[in-house]
Design a protein around this ligand. Structure first.
Ligand code: OMP
Length: 234
């Protein structure tokens, strides 16, 4: 596979077995993808695993979706920066003061600071989930509200569904990053995701990075699936 200058695919490493995860990573080239370490692996294997993956040359998105009081979230974001990750996230619903504190603590890192992004509405949620939470907006309206708040709090981008990407790019500008999970190559199983698109559709809609887990990690030939996705984007 050709080296990519800015790989778009961020593979979600949702494994409960470290050796299996490492065997999977061994097949990959950091020039063709980035890797996401989320709550499952971090809770099992901790910061050492993150450092191990960073040391292999991969850009790591540490997806711990922090949501707490401003001081606690800022210190957690600083701890993530000290691990050398490429991107880290918080929940936008934690509010402006929480996001501003998280951004401010990264200032001393200068251009070594990780990208700081916020989760808007989870891609597994639909209208009925929001209604049950007392939010009387459509998922798209709620995403727009939280993404606007995220940008005005000084963060670098948001996690959202690719269904919202087109409108958010226009509203928030080209440099505000849109990271979209809920990506399914044609013919693959949607699983628990609700608002999905194919990789090509998502990039065409304005997504900057595609978070893809099971369609790659559970494929018989994960590298072939990754190569096909990258080829579909070039
Ligand atoms: O922050 C995330 O990465 C995330 C946000 C969201 O709204 N939806 C979502 O699916 N994710 C993550 O994206 C990954 C999607 O994995 P697959 O559904 O297997 O492709 C999982 O690791 C989720 O935790």
């Amino acid at each position: 596979m050709n080296q990519l200058t800015d790989p778009k695919v961020v593979i979600a490493l949702d494994y409960d077995d470290k050796q299996q995860a490492l065997a999977f990573i061994e097949q990959l080239d950091p020039a063709t993808c980035r890797l996401k370490i989320g709550k499952e692996m971090f809770t099992h294997f901790g910061p050492e695993f993150v450092q191990q993956v960073v040391a292999k040359g991969f850009d790591v998105f540490l997806d711990l979706k922090f949501h707490d009081i401003p001081n606690t979230v800022a210190k957690a974001v600083k701890a993530a920066a000290d691990l050398g990750v490429w991107m880290v996230n918080v929940h936008a619903s934690g509010g402006r003061r929480m996001m501003e504190a998280a951004k401010a603590i990264l200032e001393p890192y200068g251009d070594k600071a990780p990208l700081l992004i916020a989760v808007t509405v989870l891609t597994s949620m639909d209208q009925s989930d929001l209604t049950e939470l007392g939010i009387n907006l459509t998922p798209a309206e709620q995403v727009k509200r939280l993404a606007t708040l995220t940008k005005s709090s000084g963060l670098d981008g948001v996690v959202c569904s690719s269904h919202e990407a087109e409108e958010l790019k226009v509203l928030l500008g080209a440099s505000f990053k849109l990271i979209t999970p809920g990506i399914r190559p044609a013919g693959s199983d949607a699983g628990d995701q609700r608002r999905i698109k194919t990789p090509k559709q998502a990039i065409d809609s304005g997504s900057d990075y595609l978070v893809i887990g099971r369609p790659i990690t559970q494929a018989a030939d994960p590298v072939a699936v990754l190569n096909d996705i990258n080829a579909s984007l070039s």
